[in-house]
Design a binder for this molecule. Structure first.
Ligand SMILES: CC(C)(COP(=O)(O)OP(=O)(O)OC[C@H]1O[C@@H](n2cnc3c(N)ncnc32)[C@H](O)[C@@H]1OP(=O)(O)O)[C@@H](O)C(=O)NCCC(=O)NCCS
Length: 186
């Protein structure tokens, strides 16, 4: 296990004012199915909506449970998993990227910005990385807005960079460097 993996394993619980980020368990299947089966939620994601809860259970088992760096986002007030955020570390370049998804009933309350703040805190304060980067498809402006609100900078557009579900999408690139990050803004 390298140093970054060890740090991730020590930080499987992250907490902010309204959210707890914690490991997934099979008990989250219903909550995950609620967002993973929604075609509006998955419209700009690479995977197809889940078709039944058995599929969600299999995906949870195969890809989400016991995977440091993948966090279930729990709304403390409701004790319910409302989404997922995932940090992927690239050790060679001291950098990370991330992906996120949220149940549509909870959009536009600042939850994902709050979760991303925790991931940036982990990346810069604990993992001591130099850069965190991510992308969104050009039409998915609300995702870009989350990255802006978390303090990330626009770096440009890759024209028709990917083909998702038969459509070519322009890809918008954002990043933040260690020396640009101002922790605990809220
Ligand atoms: C992207 C996503 C995670 C955002 O989560 P969220 O908790 O609603 O995000 P926040 O509330 O922190 O911020 C959303 C911002 O987008 C803005 N917004 C909402 N709809 C918008 C639109 N159509 N165009 C531009 N901005 C929009 C909101 O006003 C808000 O900004 P503000 O605080 O300045 O008003 C959520 O919409 C989602 O899960 N989408 C589906 C999955 C997805 O696309 N993941 C990202 C792949 S790159």
């Amino acid at each position: 296990m390298n140093n970054n993996e060890e740090i991730l394993r020590k930080n499987v619980y992250l907490e902010s004012e309204r959210l707890l980020l914690r490991p997934f368990s099979l008990d989250d299947a219903e909550d995950m199915y609620a967002y993973a089966s929604d075609p509006i939620v998955t419209k700009y994601l690479t995977w197809q909506p889940h078709i039944n809860i058995a599929q969600t259970r299999k995906v949870l088992n195969d890809f989400f449970i016991n995977k440091p760096g993948i966090y279930a986002i729990v709304l403390k007030q409701e004790q319910r998993c409302i989404g997922c955020i995932h940090i992927r570390i690239d050790d060679r370049h001291d950098k990370a990227s991330f992906g996120y998804v949220l149940n549509r009933d909870y959009w536009n309350h600042g939850y994902m910005t709050e979760a991303l703040d925790q991931i940036l805190e982990l990346a810069f304060n604990k993992l001591k990385l130099n850069r965190v980067e991510s992308t969104h498809y050009a039409r998915n402006e609300r995702s870009g807005r989350v990255m802006q609100k978390a303090g990330m900078y626009y770096e440009g557009v890759g024209r028709q960079e990917v083909k998702i579900k038969g459509t070519y999408y322009d890809v918008v690139h954002y990043a933040i460097l260690r020396n640009e990050w101002v922790g605990d803004k809220h």
